[in-house]
Design a binder for this molecule. Structure first.
Ligand SMILES: Nc1ncnc2c1ncn2[C@@H]1O[C@H](COP(=O)(O)OP(=O)(O)O)[C@@H](O)[C@H]1O
Ligand SMILES: [Mg+2]
Length: 322
């Protein structure tokens, strides 16, 4: 049994309730993270990395997992509580995954910034041309395309940042009714054009704790969809309430609905039920991925109910005990 432990490509460390090492596998020694003469020692005497020692100390106080850096490597440490109050720690080297994620993030950010500069230059030029020939359909169409590209780049940047794992939450108390009204004003023209009613049914006194910028992204994208995939004379209703430790915000619409078979994929990036319709309405296909990531960062979840021809209801749950 012990031999198998030594073959693992993962660190295994078992501590008694005082923090003394009961078992440690060879992985630790091969990574130069522990001394060979660990027997009878406390973890902080036998381990060689201060950051790993402090992470284990933190996990002993509470929590389930932590990432730590040591030299150029990144490790994920997971804790399991065993019988007799023993603690088992499993450590994996996630450096390559981390580097890949970082590479991807840097690539998106660099490409996005490189594209933005020439894009604004061309936009400026075309805007000038549009003033000179206001009736040119081609110029207006080109300008519209450029705006769509700009939106796509912005959404890609937002999503890359949300997915990066480096974003922090800045929690504040938010008066939802007022906050929603601000989001609605940003979209008012769109609501009026589509002849869709907005009903803010959130109680005046309803307050929730969340990150303001991220809540904005969530509500803006949900409201945008609710108006875009609606019908003339339809409506969008928003409610808010508390359920135990959760704040719940519900956005429901009387729109076209989402066919059942599409629902499992609807939060995936670039997934659309109807590409043509989404593009016509200025969609980038990234809205719901942004929503899902922003909700997840809060440790929350999202539910969707929808019926074709009747409408959709998105419900987000945000824990309030953090
Ligand atoms: N409220 C809604 N009613 C009907 N369909 C929706 C709704 N919200 C999202 N969808 C569908 O989900 C797809 C993905 O949404 P999203 O990620 O916001 O991208 P986009 O709106 O840019 O296409 C949309 O293209 C649309 O097909
Ligand atoms: Mg959208």
């Amino acid at each position: 049994m012990k031999d198998i432990l030594h073959l693992l490509d993962e660190g295994v460390l078992l501590l008694d309730r005082e923090g003394r090492i009961l078992l440690i596998n060879r992985w630790w020694i091969s990574k130069n993270l522990a001394r060979e003469d660990w027997e009878g020692k406390y973890y902080y005497e036998a381990l060689r990395s201060l950051s790993v020692i402090s992470a284990i100390g933190q996990l002993l106080e509470g929590g389930e997992s932590l990432y730590v850096m040591h030299e150029d490597a990144k490790y994920l440490i997971k804790k399991k509580i065993m019988e007799g109050d023993k603690r088992l720690f499993l450590v994996s080297d996630v450096s390559s995954l981390w580097q890949y994620e970082k590479l991807k993030r840097d690539l998106v950010e660099n490409v996005a910034h490189e594209l933005k500069t020439p894009l604004s230059a061309v936009t400026l030029l075309l805007e000038r041309a549009a003033k000179e020939c206001p009736s040119s359909f081609a110029i207006h169409r080109a300008l519209h395309r450029l705006q769509q590209m700009e939106k796509l780049i912005d959404d890609m940047l937002i999503l890359a940042r949300l997915e990066s794992g480096v974003e922090r939450l800045h929690l504040t108390e938010i008066h939802l009714r007022e906050f929603l009204q601000d989001v609605y004003y940003q979209l008012r023209e769109e609501f009026e054009k589509a002849k869709v009613n907005f009903e803010n049914l959130v109680d005046e006194s309803f307050v929730l704790v969340a990150d303001e910028n991220k809540l904005y992204l969530i509500l803006r994208n949900l409201l945008e969809n609710a108006v875009r995939y609606n019908r003339e004379g339809g409506s969008v209703r928003v409610r808010g309430w508390k359920e135990g430790q959760m704040a719940v915000v519900e956005v429901s619409d009387t729109g076209i609905g989402i066919p059942k078979e599409h629902i499992p994929f609807i939060f995936d990036r670039f997934y659309r039920v109807d590409k043509g319709r989404s593009r016509d309405r200025g969609g980038t296909g990234l809205g719901l991925s942004i929503v899902r990531n922003a909700v997840r960062l809060h440790g929350g979840s999202i539910e969707l109910q929808s019926e074709v021809g009747k409408g959709s209801t998105f419900r987000i749950y945000i824990p309030q005990s953090i």
